[in-house]
Ligand binder design. Structure first.
Ligand code: ZN
Length: 183
């Protein structure tokens, strides 16, 4: 037998969960606030959002909130989208930094060195700086070394170029290798 749920209108305001606070409770909130209770504390006490408490204590803020929402065309998106995207990008970079300890910088590759670029048209900044120094694109086999071992320090005086990664490794291991370029 299918089970039929009986729906009954909620007449009791205490049971209606859409009503967060009753008028008498709102009065209590104001009185508590006037006696020095914190907004956070009151919100916790009634198990509601801090913002609701704020709106009860400062009705003009609630009014402004409603007006702002209207100005947005009733949209619930209250943040600046462009700014948000920027912030998120910033945050991702930050997380990457925390995870890897460093940020390897990619830059848009100029047309004359486009064979160095990845599919998105970007190139590692230090490879581009070396290419600019030599006045020619780097070969895929060529390897840039950071003298201070800090891959974010892309100053040309911190870079060396080796013909291959093998040469680079030999150099790192203290072997004698002639770099293609050094400051
Ligand atoms: Zn190196």
């Amino acid at each position: 037998m299918p089970f039929k749920v009986e729906r009954e209108a909620i007449n009791d305001k205490f049971l209606d969960r859409r009503v967060k606070m009753l008028p008498c409770q709102k009065e209590q909130v104001i009185s508590l606030y006037n006696r020095g209770a914190s907004i956070r504390g009151i919100a916790r006490m009634y198990n509601v959002d801090k913002r609701l408490i704020q709106f009860i204590i400062f009705p003009e803020r609630h009014k402004k909130n409603l007006q702002d929402r209207k100005d947005r065309g009733g949209s619930s998106i209250y943040y600046d989208k462009e700014n948000h995207t920027k912030q998120m990008r910033e945050h991702r970079r930050y997380k990457h930094e925390v995870l890897h300890g460093i940020t390897i910088k990619y830059v848009k590759c100029p047309i004359k060195f486009i064979q160095m670029a990845n599919k998105d048209g970007y190139v590692l900044e230090y490879r581009l700086i070396m290419a600019n120094q030599l006045g020619r694109p780097l070969l895929n086999t060529e390897c840039v070394h950071h003298i201070d071992h800090n891959p974010t320090n892309n100053d040309i005086t911190n870079l060396m170029l080796f013909a291959t990664n093998k040469d680079h490794k030999v150099y790192e291991a203290g072997g004698i290798v002639q770099p293609l370029w050094q400051p």
